[in-house]
Ligand binder design. Structure first.
Ligand code: SAM
Length: 324
């Protein structure tokens, strides 16, 4: 497989790489879990930081894993890759006979391999079937959702996951088309439909279909389902002084991570008027990023796709079940 390219045709560069390493501190050695190994950029840097690091890479995209297994083969037994959903991280570690990772990284969102592969249907830059599954071996495609979901559900998805204020108009058009026996099945058909629906004749920086495409991708891949549980599970798995780093690309994702880390740092997240706390707040971590870390101008110039990235990090205090 040819080396995938990042934005502007530059070689793939992992988002917020230096910042991720600063919080993960891989130079101390140990076992790390890269829950979204993708093309292996972050994993490779962790492995290069010390010859005493080992990495388990997880990804639900078989194509990414195949590429990365080959690319990082020179690390031998220090790198292993497994095809799975990161929501299963606890089970994967126990199956691998591993416990107490020194660091867990989740660099959420789409990889450049997915975004730049026309046939995967993630991007309206190419005309292709509307698939958008990160794991193409299972689940419904974006075209399936457009063909089957009720109009109100489509509008909700486009509004909530895409923050698209014309969501109802777009959903109406999608349903009208399928009622006329012309369901939307390709990226180009959807991009054209969005332009027609919102009259996007004059647009400047961001194509008007971007938000609808993002919304569908989040829905197809159930990207927000179980994210809060994943954060808590990861924190519980870490060894004492272990580091958790999450990079998100979507405000809803970032909100979930922020809330979970605050709750796990002991800050109650219940609505203000609730007489008793029932959110389960407990002091398991210290938050290392008071505000999310975002890419600097130099990184954005090199990789415009990093523009919405936000990094949050936390330090594990006491392992679960251990009383200090
Ligand atoms: C932004 S890319 C990661 C890029 C990677 N850090 C690198 O340096 O190449 C995100 C990756 O996470 C994977 N992914 C997203 N959600 C996942 C999940 N729930 N379980 C496993 N992998 C997931 C995607 O398939 C994609 O390959």
């Amino acid at each position: 497989m040819a080396a995938p390219l990042g934005g502007k045709g530059a070689p793939h560069r992992p988002v917020l790489l230096d910042e991720s390493l600063k919080f993960l501190v891989p130079e101390r050695g140990g076992f790390f879990v890269d829950c979204t190994v993708g093309l292996g950029g972050h994993s490779e840097a962790i492995l290069n930081a010390s010859d005493k690091t080992r990495v388990l890479g997880i990804d639900r995209d078989p194509a990414a894993l195949e590429y990365t297994r080959q690319r990082l083969a020179s690390f031998g037994d220090r790198f292993k890759a497994v095809h799975a959903n990161f929501n299963e991280v606890a089970l994967l570690l126990s199956e691998a006979g591993e416990s107490g990772p020194a660091g867990i990284l989740a660099d959420l969102g789409v990889s450049s391999l997915q975004f730049d592969s026309a046939e995967r249907g993630f991007s309206f830059r190419f005309d292709a079937p509307l698939d958008m599954r990160m794991n193409p071996t299972t689940g419904e495609t974006a075209a399936d959702l457009l063909a089957t979901l009720p109009e109100v559900e489509l509008a909700r998805i486009i509004f909530e996951f895409g923050e698209e204020r014309h969501s109802r108009r777009i959903a109406r058009r999608i349903v009208e088309q399928r009622e006329q026996g012309q369901p939307i099945t390709t990226t180009k058909e959807l991009a054209d439909l969005v332009l027609r629906a919102i009259g996007g004749g004059k647009w400047k920086q961001i194509h008007p279909a971007t938000r609808t495409f993002q919304a569908l991708r989040v829905a197809v891949n159930k990207e927000l389902d179980e994210l809060a549980q994943f954060v808590e599970t990861s924190i519980d798995l870490l060894e004492r002084d272990g580091r958790f780093v999450a990079i998100s690309f979507h405000s809803l994702e970032d909100r979930i991570i922020k809330r979970e880390l605050r709750r796990l740092s002991g800050q109650c997240q219940c609505p203000p008027r609730l007489p008793l706390c029932n959110c389960g707040a407990r002091k398991a971590v210290e938050i290392l990023t008071r505000r999310p870390i975002t890419p600097g101008q130099a990184e954005l110039d090199e990789n415009p796709r990093a523009r919405s990235a936000k990094l949050r990090a936390a330090l594990k205090l006491t392992p679960k079940g251990v009383v200090n």
